[in-house]
Design a protein around this ligand. Structure first.
Ligand code: SAH
Length: 442
């Protein structure tokens, strides 16, 4: 059968997060990005694999869209659901994933996010165009068309301040500076990152290639924008690298400071430009509280927090423990964590900057509890044995990727740990992501 053939049909199965199946003339095709029950057009790519082309008819699970960008913007997957329907849809996908991986825990619960609009405290936008050689766009990648960028003036998962700042910036540079072209490696404007804490502090990071344009007027006008929060810092990052990611080759603080303050469960955190912080602050509170309720207690305990980021868990849990040690690979995040501990007057928490894989090989530490909160790739499979060799009484495994979580969990179960508690938390409403929290005991 010809490659690139367009096939139409109904999505009859979806596996977490968005792996879809469509049957046509007894051939079963898999592709990404649709919703169960939708009638879609797909383009056959290779073998039984296909690519989503467009939605032809809505699924009966869908209602009218909550967002004017939802047809095109690749940021969200479930803007056409009521939040209640979204929750039950995600819950079904997660339950199926657990079942298929023989993870049976009777008390499993899917917990909703306390907020499902305006919840993101960070957004990373890309400069580009909505169609080839169109006017300057600044926004998110287009659904199923990674090279196009969709303007997002009415994005509802961020605070309105994001939309004001993003649109001002797009307008300011439109016709003035060229967007960076990934293929030809020409142009100036690359990324634009906004962070806004629940205290209303805003940090802006403009990412360009090295160039001699005078940005001072832009910074000045930016600071005069009418926003609800307060812009406390503007950072200009220069990046000439060929990589699509933001590589901070040179970082200049052009106004104020290069961090914002965030408050979480009574502690203060300095969040810098490049360090990790949970993107949904309100739901992060729920996450850490759920975790704290699951473990047996922290009194006189020794805690090891692997993948500690800016040290949120190390401190939120560690303040009640005898001592706590965080391990994190990003130096910027470790520096922030050390400062945060000082800010919070916690003298029993420490941090080391290292790859968990290396750190656990010969770390002299005797933890009662190990918290694991790896990035989306999960735990390096070659590190798991050494991690379990610490032989703690309990593990708390927090994961932002259920797919790698179910893979990693097996090693713990094989070595005699059992699930004491397991929950999923909808940290990322409107998207197809969610967080897993699992308490393992010997
Ligand atoms: N527990 C923190 C951060 C979790 S995000 C919180 O709740 O805020 C995962 C963190 O793991 C990120 O900060 C990332 O920089 C870090 N990381 C990724 N790979 C790592 C590795 N191999 N070794 C150590 N840290 C790593």
């Amino acid at each position: 059968m010809a490659k690139n053939k367009i096939i139409e049909g109904i999505v009859t199965n979806v596996d977490f997060p968005n792996k879809c199946t469509l049957v046509d003339n007894e051939n079963e095709y898999t592709f990404k990005g649709a919703i169960l029950g939708q009638k879609v057009a797909i383009k056959r790519t290779r073998g039984k694999k296909a690519k989503m082309v467009e939605v032809l008819e809505k699924s009966e699970l869908e209602e009218t869209s909550n967002c004017i960008h939802s047809d095109r913007c690749g940021g969200c997957a479930y803007q056409t659901f009521s939040y209640k329907k979204e929750l039950s849809y995600k819950e079904k996908l997660i339950r199926k994933l657990l079942e298929e991986n023989d993870i049976n825990f009777e008390g499993f619960q899917f917990v909703e996010s306390p907020v499902y609009s305006g919840y993101r405290n960070k957004m990373e936008y890309t400069f580009g165009d909505e169609c080839k050689d169109g006017p300057l766009a600044l926004g998110l990648h287009r659904k199923n068309h990674f090279h196009d960028i969709v303007n997002t003036p009415e994005c509802n998962i961020v605070h309105e301040d994001f939309n004001i700042i993003r649109e001002f910036t797009r307008e300011y540079f439109d016709g003035v500076l060229e967007k960076y072209n990934r293929m030809r490696h020409t142009g100036v404007l690359r990324h634009f990152v906004i962070r806004r804490s629940s205290l209303g502090e805003i940090l802006i990071n403009l990412v360009t290639t090295h160039n001699d344009f005078d940005f001072s007027k832009y910074y000045e006008e930016l600071l005069n924008l009418k926003v609800e929060g307060k812009i406390v810092g503007i950072v200009h990052t220069y990046n000439d690298s060929l990589s699509d990611a933001i590589v901070p080759e040179r970082v200049e603080v052009v106004y104020g400071r290069d961090f914002i303050y965030e408050e979480l469960l009574g502690l203060k955190f300095k969040v810098s430009c490049f360090s990790f912080f949970q993107t949904n602050t309100d739901s992060a509170k729920v996450l850490y509280e759920l975790g704290r309720d699951m473990i047996s207690g922290l009194d006189n305990k020794v805690l090891l927090d692997l993948y500690s980021g800016t040290g949120t868990i190390t401190q939120i849990f560690g303040q009640y423990a005898d001592k706590a040690l965080g391990v994190e690979i990003v130096k910027d995040a470790v520096d922030a964590a050390v400062e945060n501990a000082k800010l919070n007057e916690l003298s029993n928490v420490e941090f080391i900057c290292d790859d968990v894989f290396n750190a656990v090989k010969n770390l002299e530490y005797n933890p009662d509890i190990i918290v694991l909160d790896p990035p989306r790739d999960g735990i390096n499979p070659r590190a798991i044995k050494n991690i379990i060799d610490f032989n703690p009484d309990e593990f708390l495994y927090i994961s932002c990727n259920p797919a790698t979580f179910v893979r990693d969990l097996q090693a713990f179960l094989d070595r005699g740990y059992k699930i004491d508690n397991l929950k999923a938390l909808d940290q990322f409403p409107r998207t197809n992501h969610c967080e897993m929290i699992c308490h393992l005991v010997k």
